[in-house]
Design a protein around this ligand. Structure first.
Ligand SMILES: NC(=O)C1=CN([C@@H]2O[C@H](COP(=O)(O)OP(=O)(O)OC[C@H]3O[C@@H](n4cnc5c(N)ncnc54)[C@H](O)[C@@H]3O)[C@@H](O)[C@H]2O)C=CC1
Ligand SMILES: O=C([O-])CC(=O)C(=O)O
Length: 331
């Protein structure tokens, strides 16, 4: 018997990431080739015509798994009964806009959306924030959702998977080993240049990757800046920010969360109370996670050496600064 359709809400549906993401969700790459989906698309009123164009193209793909599409500018409609929410739409940084202005502008969007999700979505909804600054936007949405209750506060995530995938690709280039040979990669912290991509626990066909690379200067001066500043390098080359790779990472994050993974995956998740890394509870932070049976768990107890401790503290300090900048909005 075929499965009942699930509802997937996507915001910023008319944008560049939406243009890659929606077709892959509808083709079954996110939730499985046997899982019908209903897409619930949210964008601003002025983008509704463009959303209609995307819907025409979705129709023209004749995807067997696409069981319906809803287009709206109302978050309460977009998140109604949603099982999965991908929050891609966000206010981009404009000329002369400081980071604090960006945080405030997005704070307004994500408080409204977090509340609308908590009031309307399925109680077990899984939420992934892609729109930047994604960790803090997820933190804001979660805080607004907690005020309403109903949904699971652990299920508000920020997307670190693009950083994880970028790190794998750089390691593959350095070692000459295929990307698929690497296991147990971790990216700690904020989706920003302060993130700490950490391959100390990683293996490649059973070999320890740190020993294989054996190049602390490359790690510090090439690998970390390349992964951390990859978004800016893509904007410089393309004149637009990464889109297909961001959509791919969102598919990977949701796929593994929903269907499980036999490898560690980096997820930006609310720090669990009393975690072994000393990250304050609720800060949305990149952690190594295990995914099984539709749920995820932070992998606790990994050894943190002095170099790593410093890097983790730096990215945490940045996130704490962002948290302080939006604190008034969350009262
Ligand atoms: N976390 C990550 O790894 C990555 C995050 N991003 C971020 O993803 C976001 C989207 O990127 P693009 O698709 O390239 O941007 P885009 O500008 O092409 O599209 C954004 C869309 O969101 C819509 N939008 C704006 N405010 C909205 C709201 N309140 N509700 C619903 N829709 C709204 C816009 O009308 C537009 O259609 C940006 O914030 C970008 O910085 C991009 C790449 C990687
Ligand atoms: O840098 C940006 O604006 C887009 C982004 O988050 C990335 O590509 O990692």
């Amino acid at each position: 018997m075929s499965k009942a359709p699930v509802r997937v809400a996507v915001t910023g549906a008319a944008g560049q990431i939406g243009y890659s993401l929606l077709f892959r969700i509808a083709s079954g790459e996110m939730l499985g080739k046997d899982q019908p989906v209903i897409l619930q698309l949210l964008d601003l009123p002025q983008a509704q015509k463009a959303v209609q164009g995307v819907i025409m193209e979705l129709e023209d793909c004749a995807f067997p798994l696409l069981a319906g599409v809803v287009a709206t500018d109302d978050p309460n409609v977009a998140f109604k009964d949603a099982d999965y929410c991908l929050l891609v739409g966000a206010r981009p940084r404009g000329p002369g806009m400081e980071r604090a202005d960006l945080l405030t502008a997005n704070g307004a969007i994500f408080t409204v959306q977090g509340k609308a999700i908590a009031e309307n979505a399925n109680e077990n909804v899984k939420v992934l924030v892609v729109g930047n600054p994604c960790n803090t936007n997820a933190y804001i949405a979660r805080a607004a959702a907690i005020k309403v209750g109903r949904t699971n506060p652990n299920n508000y995530h920020g997307m670190l998977r693009l950083d994880h995938n970028r790190a794998l690709s750089q390691l593959s280039a350095k070692t000459g080993r295929p990307v698929s040979s690497f296991k147990q990669m971790v990216v700690w912290g904020n989706h920003s240049p302060t993130m700490y991509a950490d391959y100390r626990f990683a293996t490649s066909n059973g070999d320890n990757v740190k020993a294989l690379v054996n190049d602390a200067v490359w790690n510090n001066d090439v690998f970390l800046p390349t992964v951390g500043k990859r978004g800016a390098a893509i904007i410089d080359a393309r004149g637009l920010s990464s889109a297909a790779s961001a959509a791919n990472a969102a598919i990977d994050h949701m796929h593994d969360w929903a269907l499980g993974s036999d490898d560690w995956v980096t997820m930006g998740v609310p720090a669990p109370a009393g975690n072994s890394y000393g990250i304050p509870e609720g800060v949305v932070f990149g952690f190594p996670c295990e995914c099984k049976g539709g749920s995820f768990k932070v992998i606790e107890g990994l050894e943190i050496d002095a170099y790593s401790k410093e890097k983790i503290q730096k990215t945490l300090d940045e996130l704490e600064g962002e948290r302080a900048a939006v604190a008034d909005m969350l009262k």
